[in-house]
Design a binder for this molecule. Structure first.
Ligand code: ATP
Ligand code: MN
Length: 454
């Protein structure tokens, strides 16, 4: 069944795998590749009897059941093709670039032997970016329609919103650049950053001061020893900025599966089970940087005891025109209040407008109780100093005051991790500081440059 595949290709010229029939696994595998060839399209592949059934989908899948997307059945591909990413030489069959867009497994929902004859395939995709029920329906010869079926995965997302590889974090441009390099450029610096390859190390993430992707990897490598004890085993969200400065930012609550991250499958706010990820060690941290995650946000509990939060965070968010002195006084007033509750607090810069006050919670309490304690503390502040602080997040209430942000103290909410880089206008950091340094250090004092000097 792979004859057609092999005949079309010259394996002296292309790095695509030679077609050999392999044994099928227990679980049927699926992959979706973005293929920039003569025509931009996506290749949907479904494992079946030791090969990948393959369909070229010009517009790519749509999550909307009303969209019926043309899917042209093409020659069967070998199983190993599902992981292929790279360039195919110009002039060769399919010449261009292939990016691994999504991968995972699927369940067949009808008999595929019959379905291939009749022209109806129904399946449930368990990918990272693509999930749920889909059908392929033949209407003429090799022309089929790919249709999203009604289920909870119907949404208004657009696959064009993703422009990086699920496997390597690379954009199409980086896939090309990698190819052009005759020898991979490895510097001493790159050697230090564990075994993980940072692709496109020179990509500029901040322009002024100039900070590259490799700088960011180096930074996290340098602070890993201090940062990891504070963030590991906590579920994370990250902010990705794959195109660097001026490009789009993506807040990711659900990262993609990879060998370096830990994963838990737990209900989200609406009770639906979803995968959440956490960092276990430096490799996981650096790998996320490779995936263009440059800012890290963490939960208030650890995975070993997800339903008992152990870290409360108050964020002091000042109204725009408030002096720095007033913000620092606010931190001190909050400390006084916490002291009265016998709560020991520490502080860190936010890297943005304010400071974060962190309170370790040693007793086992529920998220509900935790939230109400946080709310009470903010309200005590408001009652004591009504002209200085508000516990109300509405902008109007904040005028001339500091909002004591307590609302992040709830299950599945996050706050920026200690030592995280901030993707704000400058490469500022969120850094723990001691109480006696508070008056000397502003929320934006520390930048990544301070750590990259030597
Ligand atoms: P600043 O000092 O500039 O206010 P900050 O860290 O206090 O910095 P934000 O970066 O605005 O403030 O984050 C506010 C809260 O919202 C944090 O708890 C953060 O984890 C969370 N957060 C940030 N971006 C998103 C997002 N896109 N979706 C959901 N939560 C987010
Ligand atoms: Mn804030």
């Amino acid at each position: 069944m792979l004859d057609k595949y092999n005949k079309k290709r010259d394996f002296n010229k292309t790095k695509e795998p030679v077609g050999k029939k392999e044994k099928s696994s227990n679980r049927l595998r699926y992959s979706l590749q973005h293929h920039l060839a003569r025509k931009d399209h996506y290749d949907l592949r479904l494992e079946w009897k030791g090969i990948m059934l393959s369909f070229a989908v010009p517009k790519g899948p749509s999550f909307n059941p009303k969209d019926k997307r043309l899917a042209v059945k093409v020659e069967d591909h070998p199983l190993s093709y599902r992981n292929f990413e790279g360039t195919i030489p110009k002039g060769e069959y399919g010449g261009g670039k292939v990016m691994l867009f999504d991968k995972g497994y699927y369940d067949a929902l009808n008999d595929f032997n019959q379905g291939l004859k009749k022209g109806v395939l129904k399946f449930d995709i368990k990918g990272e970016r693509i999930k749920g029920k889909w059908s392929l329906v033949r209407f003429k010869e090799d022309n089929w329609l790919l249709i999203k079926e009604e289920d909870k995965y119907v949404n208004s997302d657009n696959i064009n919103n993703y422009n990086t590889s699920i496997k390597t974090g690379r954009t199409m441009e980086e896939i090309t650049l990698n190819k052009k390099k005759t020898k991979p450029r490895t510097s001493i610096k790159e050697g230090i950053v564990t075994g993980i390859k940072i692709t496109n190390p020179d990509k500029v993430i901040f322009k002024n001061p100039k900070v590259t992707k490799l700088d960011i990897a180096m930074y996290y490598h340098k602070v890993a020893k201090k940062m990891l004890p504070l963030i590991k085993n906590r579920l994370i969200s990250t902010i990705r900025m794959p195109d660097g400065y001026g490009g789009e930012k993506f807040f990711k609550k659900h990262l993609e599966e990879n060998p370096y991250l830990g994963k838990v499958n737990i209900p989200n706010e609406s009770g639906k089970k979803e995968n959440y990820y956490y960092i276990k060690d430096e490799q996981g941290l650096i790998y996320e940087v490779q995936m263009n995650s440059f800012e890290f946000h963490i939960w208030g509990s650890k995975i070993m005891d997800i339903n008992h939060p152990d870290m409360m965070v108050f964020d002091l968010d000042p109204d725009e025109n408030l002096s720095l002195k007033k913000v620092q006084d606010g931190v001190k007033d909050l400390k006084k209040t916490l002291d009265e509750f016998d709560l020991k607090a520490s502080i860190k810069t936010s890297g943005g407008k304010g400071y974060h006050i962190i309170v370790p919670i040693t007793q086992k309490i529920t998220w509900k109780k935790f939230r109400s304690i946080a709310k009470n503390i903010a309200e005590v502040m408001e009652v004591r100093y009504p002209d200085k602080y508000t516990a109300n997040m509405r902008m109007k209430e904040r005028e001339g005051k500091i909002f004591i942000d307590w609302v992040r103290n709830t299950k599945s909410a996050t706050s920026v991790a200690p030592y995280s880089l901030r993707l704000k206008d400058k490469p500022t950091l969120s850094i723990p500081i001691s109480w006696n340094k508070l008056d000397e250090i502003s929320p934006k004092t520390f930048t990544i440059k301070d750590y990259l000097k030597d």
